[in-house]
Ligand binder design. Structure first.
Ligand SMILES: Cc1cc2nc3c(=O)[nH]c(=O)nc-3n(C[C@H](O)[C@H](O)[C@H](O)COP(=O)(O)OP(=O)(O)OC[C@H]3O[C@@H](n4cnc5c(N)ncnc54)[C@H](O)[C@@H]3O)c2cc1C
Length: 336
């Protein structure tokens, strides 16, 4: 195990922010992980678990140990005629897991194709896209508390999943390390194609295959979202706000074309990208920070944006949405 000091994290966060960590280590196996956490905790150092760095905005240098988890492996735990239970090491790339499922015709995560990052981080914000969420296939996860290294498995109920949320993003944020995740995938075809962008696929319903769904979603995502390998970004910067039925009625009075949708848990949501666009931000650039021209909700770094310039820019966005619609946007990205 090799600890590096004063280590640049620029290539390890998709926003491409140029910060350094006091200490840095890459971890390939779980026993090393526990050992290193124990050692640095006893020295009183802060610890940050880093997966793909695709949901993080570093606001300053990290004064502690950054652990880049790259443990790999996807194993079948059990299966019957209807479903299969797979166990994935936390450092496995999320999209590799989707590819594995698609290759084997295991249904349930094809709509989540091409989401960047690791499977270890997927439960943190209950990743979701195109009408599917991690929690729909989540079985359990294993990990340990950083304070005392005590191991614990979390079931679906204990994980308290919500919209881009879980117990690991709230109460246990930076207190629990996820080492592996189990998913139960179906062997029966059961596609979720109600999302607007999937309408073309829905027409083909009879001839649809899991591979066609994955390919279509990759195509849609590539046409709408900036590739973080080319343009720095961390996906949606804000969550879609939830509002009450009364708020909706009032807002529609003033904005008759206001789009809204009901989430599976029957909550009313507004597309944050639309609200931002209505305030004139779509495609707007200040220095090297901008709102992406195809999706206002994505904030991009053209190259030399600092975290401060991103914070200033996104605060201006937030203020203008409050003053135009009276709605306070909540960030989806994790700040460090
Ligand atoms: C272009 C783009 C598109 C995106 N599209 C979507 C989308 O459609 N849907 C969606 O939900 N998200 C999306 N995201 C956000 C992001 O991909 C997900 O949130 C992803 O799960 C983050 O994984 P990561 O490994 O990069 O996490 P990181 O950014 O490395 O970490 C995120 C948080 O999780 C913690 N963490 C990471 N690994 C562990 C672990 N093993 N144990 C404990 N804590 C851990 C970190 O400490 C941090 O707090 C997108 C991002 C980008 C850049």
């Amino acid at each position: 195990m090799k600890i590096k000091e004063n280590y640049s994290l620029q290539e390890l966060n998709t926003f491409k922010i140029d910060v350094k960590s006091k200490y840095f280590i890459e971890i390939e196996n779980e026993s090393d992980l526990k050992e290193i956490v124990k050692e640095y905790k006893s020295k009183g150092e802060k610890i940050l678990l880093l997966g793909g760095g695709s949901n993080i905005l570093f606001t300053k240098d990290f004064d502690g140990l950054v652990v880049h988890l790259i443990t790999k492996g996807i194993d079948i735990v059990s299966q019957d005629d209807d479903s299969v239970l797979i166990d994935c090491k936390a450092g496995e790339e999320w999209d590799e897991v989707v590819q594995f499922a698609v290759n084997n015709e295991y249904y349930g995560i094809e709509n989540l194709s091409l989401i960047p990052g690791t499977i270890g981080a997927a439960p943190i914000q209950n990743i979701g896209a195109y009408g599917a969420e991690l929690k729909d296939v989540f079985y359990s996860l294993d990990g340990f508390y950083t304070a005392d290294l005590v191991e614990k498995s979390f079931s679906l109920g204990e994980s308290e999943f919500g919209y881009r949320d879980s117990i690991f993003k709230s109460e246990l944020k930076d207190k629990f390390i996820i080492t592996s995740v189990k998913l139960r995938l179906s062997k029966e075809k059961n596609f979720k194609l109600n999302y607007r962008d999937l309408a073309d696929l829905n027409k083909l319903r009879k001839n649809i295959t899991i591979k066609k769904v994955r390919d279509h979603i990759i195509k849609v995502r590539e046409s709408k979202l900036p590739n973080p390998k080319v343009i720095g970004n961390a996906g949606s910067f804000y969550k879609n706000p939830e509002i009450s039925a009364k708020q909706l009625t009032n807002l529609i009075d003033q904005n008759p074309d206001l789009p809204y949708f009901k989430s599976p848990d029957r909550k009313i949501k507004l597309p944050a990208g639309w609200l931002i666009e209505q305030c004139g931000w779509k495609g707007k650039r200040e220095g090297d920070v901008a709102s992406y021209h195809r999706q206002a909700l994505i904030i991009i770094n053209y190259g030399n944006a600092t975290s401060q310039s991103i914070l200033n820019f996104t605060q201006e966005i937030k203020d203008s949405v409050i003053s135009k619609f009276g709605i306070e946007l909540e960030t989806e990205v994790n700040f460090y």
